[in-house]
Design a protein around this ligand. Structure first.
Ligand SMILES: C[S@@+](CC[C@H](N)C(=O)[O-])C[C@H]1O[C@@H](n2cnc3c(N)ncnc32)[C@H](O)[C@@H]1O
Length: 335
């Protein structure tokens, strides 16, 4: 007799549903339907898809209750599919889009077998490319992606602006500074402070735009580059906010070393690392711990381990700030 759990388990393991929904999110099918494009051919034209294949996708999503179809009205979004609309309350469209930061990261789960065998993140194993380089290369949505990256800068990130003594600092290099959110906040809170964001090209372009939008072009700039290569000297503080947590130890040490070399004996390296520890009593812990390990690498490091990385990069700990559940704040100096 067939084990009744077999169907349930196979349904849990079915990859088609999640991917079909994500393709619908990527192509914004729900928004096009809501805007009145309701035929398969019309939708295919609108999104530049292969008509017969798009029709198969639509039929499948109708069978799953995400869309409905009728002779008179064509394709429509159902109540279940409504969160795929961009402006729906609690919309999941951007989160599921394969052009979005989280959607792109989750594609790395294809490399989960490699991750489980080796502990290394799956994205590179699955696609042979660096996750952040791919984020930087997303063409049109770079701005949207940059906004998502800046979302990483939560309330605790703002700790950096207020709990460090910025009074003597004139120039800061926000290394991997994303779209410039943090540098802009720093410059607004501390009128004597300026500096630059160093990030991969897509993100640096977004940072340059935002710096201009905030009228800070006179004090701040964006530099395209990689923190795995030598980075520009001459800044008072080299800030690493939510950077080391994306990298395994040997790369993290390399990034710290690059900052230390650029800082020289006069500059400082300020590490504001993220520490996404999900306690076992957190209901989401099991999912998040596996998800974060399987997508981009998010090594969960204790404060002691972050200090050890600094020492391995030849840096001395010179100040220790408040540590919250999700952030560390440590200042290092080169000797
Ligand atoms: C988790 S985000 C942190 C962004 C920002 N510092 C913050 O606190 O919100 C990681 C950042 O590192 C950047 N990045 C990744 N690899 C990089 C590299 N090799 N060189 C420079 N920046 C890089 C990404 O583009 C992204 O902006």
């Amino acid at each position: 007799m067939r084990d009744p759990n077999a169907d349930e388990l196979a349904a849990m393991a079915d990859l088609l549903g999640p991917l079909a929904i994500r393709v619908a999110a990527t192509l914004r099918l729900a928004d096009h339907m809501a805007a009145g494009v309701t035929t398969g051919a019309g939708l295919a034209r609108r999104v530049g898809a292969h008509p017969p294949t798009l029709k198969k996708l639509l039929r499948y999503l109708v069978s799953r209750g995400v869309f409905r179809w009728s002779e008179e009205r064509g394709y429509e979004v159902t109540e279940l599919g409504a969160p795929l609309l961009d402006d729906a309350p609690g919309s999941v469209r951007r989160r599921l889009s394969m052009d979005g930061l989280l959607g792109l990261a989750e594609l790395g789960l294809v490399g989960l077998p490699h991750t489980v065998r080796t502990g290394e993140a799956g994205y590179r194993a699955a696609f042979g490319r660096d996750f952040w380089q791919d984020v930087s290369d997303v063409p049109d949505d770079a701005n949207v992606l940059a906004e998502e990256v800046a979302g990483v800068l939560d309330g605790e990130g703002r700790l950096i602006v207020h709990s460090y003594d910025w009074s003597g600092v004139r120039r800061v290099l926000d290394v991997g500074g994303g779209n410039g959110t943090l540098l802009i906040e720093l410059a607004r809170a501390h009128p004597g402070l300026g500096g630059a964001v160093l990030d991969l090209p897509g993100m640096a372009r977004a940072a340059a735009r935002r710096i201009e939008e905030h009228g800070l072009g006179g004090r701040c700039a964006a530099i395209e580059g990689s923190f795995l290569e030598p980075i520009p000297p001459g800044y008072d503080v080299y800030l690493l906010s939510a950077i080391l947590c994306d990298w395994p130890d040997d790369d993290a040490v390399k990034i710290l070393r690059r900052c230390g070399e650029a800082a020289g004996t006069d500059g400082r390296v300020l590490v504001a690392d993220m520490n996404l520890v999900y306690d076992d009593d957190d209901p989401d812990a099991a999912r998040m711990n596996l998800l974060l390990t399987g997508t981009v690498p998010v090594p969960v490091r204790t404060l002691k381990q972050v200090k050890r990385l600094g020492a391995a990069a030849g840096l001395d700990l010179s100040w220790e700030g408040p540590t919250t559940r999700r952030r560390t704040l440590l200042e290092f100096r080169a000797h």
